[in-house]
Structure formats: C-alpha cells, structure tokens
Design a protein around this ligand. Structure first.
Ligand code: SAM
Length: 231
C-alpha cells in the first residue's frame, strides 16, 4: 500500500471491494464507514455500486489488491463510468503491485526490462497468452507470471512451463512468492527445471529470470550491466 492509498481509505465514506481484500484493510477504516464487500467475478457489479454511491455525493474507495491499475478495478470503474456518462471525479491511486513486492523479497530480479503475463484464460483467450509468452521468451525478458494456477485451473501453468523450457535453460533462476506482505508469506528460490515441484496457487507470483539472471548469496539478481569490480 502507498501512503496516498492509506490516506484515501481513512477518509472514505464507502468502501467497495472483494471481501478478502476489504478484510485486510478493516483496521484502517472509519468506524461508521459503509462496507460493500462482494465475491470474485462480481467486479462489474461492484464498479456499478461504487459509481452509484459516488453519484449520490459519497466519497467512495474501490479497493483492489496491490495496484488497482494492474489486473484490478481501475479499468472496469473508468470504463463503466464512461459508458454511464457519469460526471463524478475519479482518481486512480497507485499501490504496490505483486511483481514489485515479490521482486523485493527475492532480491533484484526485475532490474531491467520485464514482461508481466497473467495465466488466467477467463478473460483472455489462451492463444493470446501463449503468443505473449513465446514473444517474451524470445525477447529475453524477465517474465513475471500472475494468476499462475488455482485448484481447478492447472493446465495453463503446465503449458507455460513447457514454452519457457523451450527457450530457456532448466538452470534459469525462478522466484516463487506466495502471499507476499500477508500472513503466511512464503518465498522460494528455485530453477525453471524445478519450478513445478513447489506449491503454487492463486496468491502466488512467479518471476522467471532471463539470460542475465543469477542466484548470488541466496538472492536473485538480474544484472543490468554495471561494471562492478571487487576493489
Ligand atoms: C487479479 S491479479 C491482481 C493483481 C493486483 N492488482 C496487483 O497489482 O498485485 C491476482 C494475482 O496477483 C498476484 N498477487 C496478488 N496478491 C499477491 C500476494 N499478496 N502475493 C503474491 N502474489 C499476489 C497473484 O499472481 C494473483 O493470482
């Protein structure tokens, strides 16, 4: 969370969000705040409720995990407000996205160019995800995988792993971070060859190194090319 997000939450009259995320911020909220918590897959309904409350003059905060502009609620809220021709001010408040929070736990794996790819094929066809994965592997990007797998959705990660191994060595460093900055946080440093032997769920972010990535003193570092000499 950024300081700006904390300030906004402390001032809001209405909080709208996925129930799990609302629970994580309850301690910051004003005593009489109206909380509208919903489930997964109800994002558009939540955006609608938030806009309707704002139209009634309420100061509404719509919460996402990490950053609202990265697979979060910023897009649906802005799109729906435009469709509804709503004239209320909407501000997107930045947060700390999982890629950045996970990278900090691992060392410095995203020091240079990196690509973020979600493996969720609910809103994006698998053919697009596959194309993006192949292009990122080919271009030697460090790759950050969001939404890697859930209890019922396991095939995309197995297929992504195959694509990754076709273009990268099995010894490529990989960082797996579950529940970063939450209770139960778990950090694993492994290799591409071993990646699937670790616990990976919907609260996991995976960072796959590129040709410049090494494991040094228990940290993953992607060299940016500085001439660092041991004096
Ligand atoms: C729908 S995306 C939301 C991303 C979020 N808006 C962000 O900026 O981090 C959900 C995915 O983000 C990643 N994620 C979110 N919170 C996480 C956490 N605390 N630890 C690790 N990964 C997380 C996981 O890959 C998860 O499947």
């Amino acid at each position: 969370m950024t300081l700006k997000a904390k300030e906004e939450l402390e001032q809001a009259d209405v909080i709208v969000g996925y129930a799990t995320y609302v629970d994580l911020i309850r301690s910051l909220l004003r005593p009489n705040v109206e909380v509208i918590a919903g489930g997964m897959g109800e994002e558009v309904e939540r955006a609608k409720v938030a806009i309707e409350r704002a139209m009634k003059g309420k100061h509404v905060a719509v919460v996402s995990s990490g950053d609202a502009g990265v697979y979060g609620m910023a897009g649906p809220v802005l799109e729906l407000a435009s469709l509804m021709r709503v004239d209320v001010p909407i501000e997107v408040v930045p947060g700390v996205t999982a890629a950045v929070a996970a990278a900090a736990k691992l060392g410095a794996p995203i020091m240079g160019d990196f690509a973020v790819i979600s493996l969720s094929d609910i809103l994006t066809p698998w053919s697009d995800i596959e194309k993006r994965l192949k292009a990122a592997v080919e271009a030697d990007f460090v790759i950050v995988l969001y939404n890697p797998q859930s209890g019922s959705r396991r095939t995309p990660l197995v297929m992504a792993h195959k694509i990754l191994l076709e273009g990268r060595a099995a010894s490529t460093p990989v960082g797996i971070v579950r529940k970063v900055s939450r209770t139960g946080e778990h950090v694993t440093i492994t290799t591409l060859g071993e990646m699937l032997n670790h616990e990976i769920d919907m609260t996991t972010t995976i960072i796959i190194g590129n040709s410049k990535t090494r494991i040094v003193n228990g940290k993953i570092i992607t060299s940016r090319g500085y001439n660092i000499v041991n004096e």
